[in-house]
Design a protein around this ligand. Sequence first.
Ligand code: SF4
Ligand code: MG
Length: 326
Amino acid sequence: EDKILEVKDLTKYFDVYNGLFGKKKYVHAVENVSFDLYKSETLGIVGESGSGKSTLGRVLLKLIKHTSGKVVYRDKDIMSLRSRDFGALRRELQMVFQDPYASLNPRIKIGDAIAEPLVANRVVSSYGEARKKVYELLELVGLQTELYERYPYEFSGGQRQRISIARALALEPKILVCDEAVSALDVSVQAQILNLFNSLKKQLDLTYLFISHDLSVVKHISDRIMVMYLGEIMELAPTDKIFERTLHPYTEALISAIPEPKSKEKRKRIILEGDIPSPIDPPMGCRFASRCFKAMEICKNEHPQILEVQPNHFVRCHLYSEGKED
Ligand code: SF4
Ligand code: MG
């Protein structure tokens, strides 16, 4: 499989104001995250709010500055590129956000909103050319070209998400980072947008990073799933393995929370006590220890490393510290 992106020890800390003379403190939002993204795959990233998944997406696209680590794209560490040198590559990495209404200017016709990146990047040089491109993009996302002249308020949530997808596709990206891209939508509309993502992926040969707090959404779209907790990767494996050979207790808990209306034997719901700990001064041992139903003595004191315990199956947990699954 071809790697399209290689992420190495990526870390993002945010400064916390701690008084004039206080010791410097940091939010450990993303810590030593390493993974490869393969061309044409959908990698789902799942975790509760506060797990660092959105920050990871933003850092990857250089929307916020990283603290340390590397992200290699087209043989270049894009983290170390200055914005002038990143310009051409930026077009190939685009983001779709949760709330399309917030990202669309209410006073700009949706056609012009889609045309804007084309004009700004001089992909088109005349209004006629821009219009033609926008028509193609509208059709691509399943909207009629007559809608060019309409304003955002005239659209439903699902249609607005189609519009922002069209805008994200305008510059022909190779990688699309979707951050909670269907989370604001009704379940039936979610399914339509997920289908759209799937068909666009095939048509345009896209690679997705699909971020969501909702494992049932991620499950249906992803080839592989990455589970994050408090800034770290806890488990990373192909989707079928995540569900059939679940290794990490946190992943087990997330899976147990997915409702299964059709299944006869009810899965036992694992209730996690308490909240995700503060990302300021995270626990020194396993970051999940305070809520883990399998925690052992070692878990409080020793930070588990992430290990490939089966081919393509990575887990960070002392239960598998020997490096193989028993
Ligand atoms: Fe639970 Fe310990 Fe594994 Fe952490 S390392 S997930 S606390 S068993
Ligand atoms: Mg988020």
